[in-house]
Design a protein around this ligand. Structure first.
Ligand code: NAD
Length: 274
């Protein structure tokens, strides 16, 4: 595939660009994932709560692509946090995906009010030790949640998947991740395709490179070192979003992107999700 891989802190590798399937109904997921695999994507990001692990798994099985050439991420939903319930929920996810291991298993949200993410992560360490996940990590963890996890468990998370796009650049989290060898994975990398792709700076940079706004935004992430998982069910956009390896942003472009940071979330604040 044309997508470069990044090496995780446990030595496994992960494609820097993958396909996100949030809000894709199970029945449509098979077709969308199949389209992505045909376009060259090898990494898929799903979650128990998305309700499309079965449809996703079907596309993986039907693709004929060797298991070792795929990278599958799923996530534990909040209601299943806790040691035993995590082990049970993981079995259900594997079964729905039709796999005997995932490449990456993430705690979907820290859900700090429940105070169960440390026990949950200890179950993740068992899943990792049993070889049923090649890597484990977290999602939506604020620096304070990561620091606590690092202090109370032994496996450093391979990844923290957080909301990140040019209008929410997450400098503090990215610096902590870099210091701790945790890969930063950007969710809603296109800002959910809403206002961001019409921001004049983004449109101007796109025009300059003869590319689309989505492509230059994805390029910005890649040059920062982020993993990205753009979502689309439209074949032409699925294609367009992976065609981002034939050009580079220059220092002026990167400076212009840097100025777009507003610290504005589209999604929920991690401290408030229960
Ligand atoms: P995104 O930033 O990937 O935007 C997707 C939307 O942008 C599409 O629905 C479409 O409307 C538009 N779009 C896509 N390609 C385009 C193109 N080339 N040109 C114009 N518009 C285009 O948003 P997302 O789906 O929220 O995030 C991507 C993935 O991140 C999700 O599918 C999911 O896998 C993951 N995610 C994780 C969490 C989490 O809590 N861990 C939360 C949200 C999303």
């Amino acid at each position: 595939s044309k997508v470069p891989t990044l090496t995780l802190n446990n030595g496994t590798t992960m494609p820097q660009l993958g396909f996100g399937v949030w809000q894709v109904p199970d029945a449509e997921a098979t077709k969308a994932v199949a389209t992505a695999l045909e376009a060259g994507y090898r990494s898929v990001d799903t979650a128990a709560i998305y309700g499309n692990e079965e449809g996703t798994g079907k596309a993986l099985a039907q693709s004929g692509i060797a298991r070792e050439d795929l990278f599958v991420t799923t996530k534990l939903w909040n209601g299943d946090q806790g040691y035993d319930s995590t082990l049970r929920a993981f079995d259900v996810s594997l079964d729905k995906l039709g796999l005997d291991y995932v490449d990456l298993y993430l705690i979907h949200w820290p859900k700090p009010a429940a105070d169960t993410y440390v026990d949950t992560y200890k179950a993740f360490e068992k899943i990792l030790a049993d070889g049923r996940a090649k890597a484990i990590g977290v999602s939506n963890f604020l620096p304070e949640h990561l620091e606590r996890l690092l202090g109370e468990t032994s496996v450093v998370p391979a990844v923290n998947q957080i909301e990140l796009h040019p209008q929410l650049q997450q400098a503090e989290s990215r610096a902590l991740h870099a210091e701790r060898s945790i890969l930063t994975e950007a969710w809603s990398p296109l800002g959910q395709g809403k206002g961001l792709l019409e921001v004049p700076t983004v449109v101007a940079i796109a025009r300059k490179h003869g590319r689309s706004p989505a492509q230059v935004v994805l390029r910005w992430h890649l040059q920062l070192g982020n993993v990205v998982i753009p979502k689309s069910v439209t074949p032409s956009r699925i294609q367009e979003n992976i065609d981002v390896f034939g050009f580079e942003l220059d220092a002026d472009d990167l400076a212009a992107f840097a100025a777009l940071d507003e610290g504005r979330r589209i999604g929920s604040h991690p401290a408030e999700v229960n």
